[in-house]
Write a protein that binds this ligand. Structure first.
Ligand code: GAR
Length: 219
């Protein structure tokens, strides 16, 4: 992405929105070359709506309960994202499964954060599942979204230990801290156009250095 150009993000959330907040903060501090052009929630009570308002970011609530099926809800969401000029869809605690209608509208341009080390523990209540299983390590995963549930190519992961006296709450909080670190980082890599998908694997290309290339052109 060229110097002053900012990647246009649409952030989708269903709940409190702490991941949204970390992205807002990093955009404001210009640590990522992106701007949030729309915050979209499916839940009218989502704290994320208030966070958007506080940051003067356009927001919209499309309540999934007003729709008969997943496809018609997704069509409405896609239309709103396209209308806002969204280039990258960022699912940040968006507790809805995405249908093909949605995935096809933004090919390789939808990312999600999941509070487990995929492919272990996809789905819901995954911090509880990691604890109950007796995993020694847990963490979070940023991945591209495909039509499966938490199955898309993995961009970035962070690992945290599971401690003997952990509860679901303490483990979730430790994981969430890492989510706030890696999600903005992954967005920045995409903004820098350094991310490519090769089969199931995501390649992170090293930072381009055009100035060096100019100073030392190949002989
Ligand atoms: C986060 O832990 C996120 O990883 C999880 O919901 C939480 C949202 O927190 N997402 C999922 O479980 C998606 N399946 P937040 O609203 O404070 O960002």
């Amino acid at each position: 992405m060229s110097a002053n150009r900012k990647l246009k993000l649409g952030v989708l959330a269903s709940g409190g929105g702490t991941n949204l907040q970390s992205i807002i903060d990093q955009c404001q501090q210009q640590k990522i070359d992106a701007e949030i052009v729309l915050v979209l929630c499916n839940n009218p009570a989502a704290g994320a709506l208030q966070r958007a308002e506080n940051a003067d970011i356009p927001s919209l609530c499309i309540n999934h309960r007003d729709f008969h099926d997943r496809q018609s809800f997704d069509q409405k969401v896609v239309a709103a994202l396209q209308e806002a000029g969204v280039e990258l869809v960022v699912l940040a605690g968006f507790m809805r499964i995405i249908s093909e209608v949605f995935v096809d509208a933004f090919p390789q341009r939808i990312i999600n954060i999941h509070p487990a080390l995929l492919p272990a523990f996809p789905g819901l209540h995954v911090q509880k599942k990691a604890l109950e299983y007796g995993a020694r390590f847990a963490g979070c995963t940023v991945h591209f979204v495909d039509t499966g549930v938490d199955t898309g190519p993995i961009i970035m992961q962070a690992v945290v230990p599971v401690l003997d006296d952990d509860t679901v709450e303490t483990l979730s909080a430790r994981i969430l801290q890492q989510e706030h670190q890696i999600y903005p980082k992954a967005i920045q890599l995409i903004a820098e156009e350094r991310v490519s998908i090769v089969g199931r694997r995501v390649h992170i290309n090293s930072a381009a250095a055009p100035e060096t290339a100019l100073i030392n052109p190949p002989l």
